[in-house]
Design a protein around this ligand. Structure first.
Ligand SMILES: [Fe+2]
Ligand SMILES: [Fe+2]
Length: 140
């Protein structure tokens, strides 16, 4: 079973690869759809499984609130993207989303995930990893 942090980081790299594929692959609509669903699913799983644990940890509340704020901003951009058919406007929204996600991913990987490693027991992390992987699988 993969570590929880590996599953989360794996999603981050996939999302980054999809942004790159969009930029280099002629702004393909399928790529936009895939990126939006993957990112929305990733954020939902973090909100359901990971952030509630972070909230219980000392120093975790402010990190979690900041992360949730960033998710809301990303979710609103995803919603606008899903209703935008003009390719130029889509490109603008995708650039905004890419920048927002990049900043969020840096904070998550440098602050939030290390906190999870130190403050949550290995057994709990393993159970969370199993739930994360299972829900990710089911949502495909
Ligand atoms: Fe994440
Ligand atoms: Fe996140």
């Amino acid at each position: 079973m993969s570590e929880l942090r590996d599953l989360i980081v794996e999603d981050h790299r996939t999302v980054e690869a999809l942004f790159l594929a969009y930029e280099t692959g002629g702004q393909n609509q399928e790529t936009v759809d895939e990126l939006c669903s993957l990112l929305a699913r990733h954020m939902r799983l973090e909100e359901d499984l990971v952030y509630p644990r972070i909230e219980q940890v000392a120093d975790g509340v402010s990190l979690m609130l900041e992360a949730e704020r960033e998710h809301l901003a990303a979710a609103s951009l995803i919603e606008r993207l899903r209703h935008e058919s003009d390719p130029d406007q889509q490109a603008v929204l995708l650039l905004q989303l890419k920048q927002a996600v990049a900043q969020h991913v840096i904070e998550e990987e440098s602050e939030l995930l290390p906190l999870l490693d130190t403050a949550v027991s290995e057994a709990d992390r393993s159970a969370l990893a199993q739930a994360f992987a299972g829900a990710r699988e089911a949502a495909v």
